[in-house]
Design a protein around this ligand. Structure first.
Ligand SMILES: [Zn+2]
Length: 278
């Protein structure tokens, strides 16, 4: 056998092995959407800087996502703080009425998982509806955009919200810029989409049956907001518009199912935990 032919055979074996590995990991990835609370918004005035929603009401979801990969578990978001579930009527802050039915820790327990079992934690951003239970995951490796990490551990963010995530300051941490391929096989990729906060991110997940999913973080917070391209009053506007343009290109290129995390309909269309997508 000529050496060139041998090299070609070896290369094709290697290529098919690589494809087999990718197929194998995609085949074994499960995505669970957990109900990590909800919001009743008495007045949507904060959701736009144009006044278009003033006086309207909205029910919002607040999910967490568990991605189970052969190389480990990634928890994307930690939801409202679990102690909220002890308050029968939830909690009201201004126009925002937060509720939580079942604690995140109790939901994970249904899969026989404790917070200590979660290898990787990442948050779309550091606001309390996403970081509520972050302190419980101090033993996980925290994957975070460098700018978000700077933002969360500097003032005034640290004083405002640090009580929810202060333990992460000492957690094993992976800082990234741009994007981060969590399992190094392109199946679960965190993508920076700043604007809502300085280091806000979205998550791309490739599943073998359900296809590609894009979890929005708070780049958008309801379906109508995506249609009308409205945003929170406090978003950095130019940055948000730039991220949204990139997000829409990505969604098209990846033929991805977009899940606007806070959108109640988007959440309800996902399998009800403990059912999952794979
Ligand atoms: Zn949020």
């Amino acid at each position: 056998m000529g050496s060139t032919k041998l090299v070609v055979i070896l290369m094709s074996v290697l290529v098919s092995m690589t494809w087999a590995n990718i197929a194998l990991s995609a085949d074994n990835i499960k995505l669970y959407a957990l109900d990590c609370g909800s919001y009743d918004v008495a007045d949507m005035k904060d959701l736009s800087d144009t006044g278009v929603y003033d006086g309207q009401k909205l029910e919002m979801a607040n999910p967490c996502f568990l991605i189970r990969h052969p190389k480990g578990d990634l928890l994307w978001e930690t939801g409202h703080i679990d102690s909220l579930a002890d308050k029968v009527n939830g909690e009201v802050g201004g126009v925002w009425h937060s509720k939580l039915k079942t604690k995140l820790v109790a939901q994970l327990a249904q899969l026989n998982i404790t917070p200590q079992d979660i290898e990787y934690l990442s948050l779309s951003h550091v606001h309390p509806d996403h970081a509520g239970n972050a302190n419980k995951f101090e033993s996980s490796t925290f994957i975070v955009n460098k700018l978000e990490h700077d933002f969360m551990f500097s003032e005034p963010t640290k004083s405002n919200f640090g009580e929810y995530y202060s333990a992460l300051e000492k957690a094993e941490t992976i800082l990234f810029n741009g994007e981060y391929d969590v399992f190094d096989d392109d199946s679960v990729v965190i993508k920076s989409m700043p604007g809502h906060t300085p280091g806000s991110s979205v998550l791309l997940v490739r599943l073998s049956h359900a296809g590609n999913l894009l979890l929005s973080g708070d780049l958008y917070v309801h379906a109508q907001g995506r249609k009308l391209n409205t945003m929170h009053r406090y978003n950095a506007k130019a940055l948000t518009l730039d991220s949204r343009a990139k997000f829409e290109v990505l969604a098209k290129k990846e033929n991805a199912r977009v899940v606007i995390q806070h959108d109640k309909q988007d959440f309800e269309r996902l399998p009800k935990f403990p059912r999952y997508l794979d």
